[in-house]
Design a protein around this ligand. Sequence first.
Ligand code: NDP
Ligand code: GO6
Length: 317
Amino acid sequence: MDEKSRVLVVGGTGYIGRRIVRASLAQGHPTLVLMRPEIGLDIDKLQMLLSFKKQGARLVEASIDDHPGLVAAVAQADVVISAMSGSHIRSHNLLLQHKLVEAIKEAGNVKRFIPSEFGMDPLRMRHALEPGNITFVEKMDLRRAIEEANIPHTYISANCFAAIFCPNLCQMRTLLPPKEKVHVYGDGNIKAIFVDEDDVATYTIKSIDDPRTLNKTIYLRPQENILTQNDVIAKWEKLSGKVLEKIYITADEFLASMKDIHADTDFANQVGVTHYYHIFYEGCLTNFEIGEDEAEATMLYPEVQYTSMDEYMKIYL
Ligand code: NDP
Ligand code: GO6
């Protein structure tokens, strides 16, 4: 393929979506970004869209609720990437992605669809605890619709976004490094995987024209960034020159902490507790081998110079 595929990004102003737009432009793809009329007075969103246009993207106007408009948008692209927000943030968003699948089905021209996954592999999370299981149930439901419609696809399992999980030393409810004490999950020796968000976007765009990733799950496992919580803490202690007090939390204590969280007003933290449990007590990101019918991004694209967590955390000093 010598012509670069045309990419449509849905959710392009979001946390991971904006990086996917930039990576698509950087890798030379004609890039379309959905601009929703619901933008209203959100001036930051508008200015981000305009900055994409300045960088060469084309803005395509349509609402997710406007089926003909969405079909027309999708019809202009070879590849559609959804980066719509997680369902536990706004509970109707997965239904919105089903509308996107309907539009892709009708347009009939899309050579690859990347649904909004970018985290733990929902297929491997069928045992997940409530209420966090909603993330995986809904992502699997969307997969079913994609596969039933025979839409060519790639699922990206991006593991832990660095800014959310690493500089805070895997602590919840903060994004900053702790100054005195750190809560350690169990003995702190379960391996997790951390990925710079720009690298998530780079690998995602690398995969879209690749026959090796067709109808497969691609795991992002940068070797240097497969780290235990203790590894992450030690890296920060070395960078900062300070030793932190460690408070060890058993799995039962951690799960019991959910009772202190108000389910109605703080659903995201309830969901978060169960997700953190699976990652840091169970080891769900690393307790399996990548199968025959799957692939790993750093092996597919060894030319990408990914960011190590030492480098990533330096900026927090
Ligand atoms: P955001 O919360 O930043 O939202 C992304 C976009 O979703 C928004 O910019 C908006 O698109 C769109 N959106 C939100 N609400 C609506 C609505 N009502 N109607 C239409 N569109 C809407 O998403 P994230 O980047 O945080 O999440 C993207 C994916 O990444 C999710 O699947 C999530 O589960 C996963 N994730 C993974 C993490 C990890 O550590 N691995 C961490 C966080 C998320 P627009 O630009 O058009 O306004
Ligand atoms: C990130 C979070 C961080 C929750 C995934 C509460 C889907 C995934 C690694 O949105 O619940 O403090 O895989 O107080 O597949 C949230 C979710 C993490 C952020 C997890 C996520 C990760 C979603 C918090 C907090 C830092």
